[in-house]
Design a protein. Structure first.
Length: 118
């Protein structure tokens, strides 16, 4: 994953709750450890904040890995919709690559009612 893509994902999903990396790290430096770890403590005691499962792998923000990935993906696409609605020129490289891949692979996906030949 390229640096710009990592930065975008970091901006989307960092503790404290969805702030930019710079701001999140500045806040983390001044918070006591018990405050920084409170979401993990919540997860350990009660399970995932979203699905409530307890015997699952921790992701972040008191969410299990699966729920964290789902929320992260939804946030990613919510941002994409707004950026592209404002101007197609705002489309970050990540989204351009994804759109190009979808366009190139489109003919490999069977259409509704049409079956693949074997």
């Amino acid at each position: 994953m390229k640096r710009k893509d990592r930065e975008l994902l970091d901006d989307i999903f960092l503790q404290p709750w969805f702030l930019s990396r710079h701001t999140a790290f500045a806040i983390k430096r001044i918070l006591p450890p018990e405050h920084r770890h409170r979401m993990r403590f919540y997860f350990d005691d009660y399970g995932c904040l979203k699905c409530g499962e307890k015997e699952v792998t921790y992701g972040s923000n008191a969410l299990c890995k699966l729920c964290m990935q789902q929320v992260k993906l939804r946030m990613f696409f919510a941002i994409k919709r707004r950026w592209t609605a404002a101007s197609p020129d705002n489309l970050p490289r990540t989204f351009k690559r994804m759109a190009d891949a979808q366009r190139l692979l489109k003919d490999l996906i069977p259409q509704c009612g049409r079956r693949l030949k074997t």
